[in-house]
Design a protein around this ligand. Sequence first.
Ligand code: PAF
Length: 281
Amino acid sequence: MKVCRTIAEFRAQIATYRTAGESVGLVTTMGALHAGHRALVERAVAENDRTVTTIFVNPTQFGEASDLENYPRTEDADLALFDAAGVDAVLIPDAAEIYPEGEETIVETTRLANVFHGLVRPGHFRGVATVVAKLFNIAQPASAYFGEKDYQQLAVIRRMVTDLHFPIRIVGVPTVREADGLAMSSRNVRLTPEDRAAAPILNASLDAAQQRAGQGATAEQIGETISNVIAGEPRATLKGLDIVWADSFQPAAGPEERTIGVMITAELGEVLLIDQREITP
Ligand code: PAF
């Protein structure tokens, strides 16, 4: 596996693949890799001749400086995981190269960035879209792989790719969970043992939502069920709950035979966790 520290090195490496007529799949990450990232890489390896990845803790998508500082950094373990999973090349750039001095350009999906989870974390999706656009332009892959757990992020990236005509196929990969149902996340290591024990409540609330949907409940009733289940866990505070039509990403209401996407944000101690599920009645 080739480890590149500059954009030029990474591009030169990818150019050798392209010249050989090989397809390139991209997995972008902020490091602190876990089984969820491995699933993205495995899918990319299965579908492409070459898989390239990035590790970049993107400062523009963090609200509070402390969140950025506390973000886990585990480069040696990350490289070992990528290597074992079959990655061909990885870019680990400096922030100063990704955001050149005097930079002015941002990418924002104007509606999607500022609704739902975007209201809890202002500026977050603008930071994500901006950095992903840069990484797409750097790597120019045929396909790029993102977790469905970050449901709104996936919608933002799909919208951006459509609007900016990136010739890239976006692949959503199902959420990987711990045995007790907690969605894999780089943030999980920051949970105290007590909060870790309480964290599967997010998945439990989605199970309850699915059950209610099966009984013909409206989007509003499904929302109430989720709020009640989370309220039953004193260590968890519900910070965001959004139910959207999966096909349009508009707020869902009423009983309709359409697939909904449910997004939850909950705080456990200092850690903000998200989870998501698509539910078809
Ligand atoms: O999902 C992530 O890890 C990040 O938001 C991404 C897509 C790598 C952009 O920094």
